[in-house]
Ligand binder design. Structure first.
Ligand code: G3P
Ligand code: CA
Length: 239
C-alpha cells in the first residue's frame, strides 16, 4: 500500500509566504496541508511569540533579540516586507493569536520550542498553559532540539505528545529518545535513510521528516521502504 504521510507546512506555507506569519498559516490551509509546524520563542515580558530565529534581524525590519524585547516592541515590527512588499505589515504572531485562529479549524499543530540557543526559563509551562486554555491537547505535538526542554514538558504533562528533533545523522538520537520514553523523532532524510533511522523504526519510533521540498526526494525515501509518518515541507501544495 502507498505511504500517505501527514503533510505539515513548515513555518506555514513558507515557500510562498513569509515564514511563521498568519499569512503563511492561512496559506497552509488553502494549500491543503494537514498540519502546521511553527517555532516559538519568549519575549522579555513572558509572551510566547512565533518566530524561528532568536534575533528579529533576518525576518523583520528591526534588530535585536526576542528575549530582550517586550511583546509590544515585537508587535511594532514588519515581518512581511523582507519576503515581498506584498506582505508589508505582516506581524510576528503570538501563540495566543495563532490558537485563537486555529480554534476554528482542525489542523494538526507541531510547536517547536526554540530553546536550543536561549533556554527561555519557564517557556515549557507557558506553552502548555496555552494549549490547555485553548483545548488543543489532542492536536499538538511539541518538539525541540533541546532534549532537556522536552524532558521538562514531560515532567509537567506526561500525556502531551512530544518528539525529539534530530539534526543530521546523530548516532545517539535513539538512545536519548528512549531514555525520555519518546515515541517520535523529527529528522532529516539523511538520518531516516541511514542505519540509525532503520534502528529507530525497529525500536518503535515514528519518523517525521523535515524539510522535504522536492517530490524526487520523497520518491527516494518511499523507494527505501522506511516508514514515514509525516513530512514537514515549505511547499504543502507540492505534496
Ligand atoms: O521542526 C523541523 C524543523 O523546523 C527544524 O529545523 O531550523 O527549520 O526550525 P528549523
Ligand atoms: Ca522549526
Amino acid at each position: 500500500m502507498e505511504m500517505q504521510p501527514v503533510i505539515f507546512a513548515h513555518r506555514g506555507a513558507s515557500g510562498t509566504h513569509p515564514e511563521n506569519t498568519m499569512a503563511a498559516f492561512y496559506a497552509a490551509v488553502e494549500k491543503g496541508a494537514d498540519g502546521i509546524e511553527l517555532d516559538v520563542q519568549m519575549t522579555r515580558d513572558g509572551e510566547i511569540v512565533i518566530i524561528h530565529d532568536e534575533l528579529v534581524n533576518r525576518t523583520t525590519d528591526g534588530a535585536g533579540a526576542i528575549e530582550r524585547m517586550t511583546v509590544e516592541e515585537v508587535k511594532e515590527l514588519d515581518a512581511g516586507s523582507w519576503f515581498s512588499s506584498s506582505f508589508k505589515g505582516e506581524k510576528i504572531p503570538t501563540l495566543d493569536e495563532f490558537f485563537t485562529w486555529a480554534s476554528g479549524n482542525s489542523l494538526q499543530i507541531n510547536i517547536e520550542l526554540k530553546t536550543n540557543k536561549v533556554p527561555y526559563h519557564g517557556i515549557e509551562k507557558k506553552v502548555l498553559d496555552l494549549i490547555e486554555h485553548f483545548d488543543m491537547r489532542g492536536r499538538v505535538v511539541i518538539s525541540s532540539f533541546n532534549f532537556d526542554s522536552i524532558k521538562r514538558v514531560i515532567e509537567l504533562d506526561p500525556y502531551i505528545a512530544v518528539a525529539g528533533l534530530v539534526w543530521k545523522i546523530k548516532r545517539d538520537a535513539l538512545a536519548r529518545a528512549k531514555d525520555l520514553g519518546l515515541t517520535a523523532l523529527h529528522t532529516q532524510a539523511s538520518f531516516a535513510l541511514s542505519r540509525y533511522g532503520k534502528e529507530a523504526v525497529e525500536n518503535g519510533m515514528l519518523l517525521r521528516l523535515y524539510t522535504i521540498n522536492e517530490i524526487k526526494e520523497w520518491e527516494r525515501i518511499k523507494a527505501s521502504g522506511i516508514p514515514v509518518e509525516a513530512i514537514i515541507t515549505d511547499y504543502p501544495e507540492v505534496f
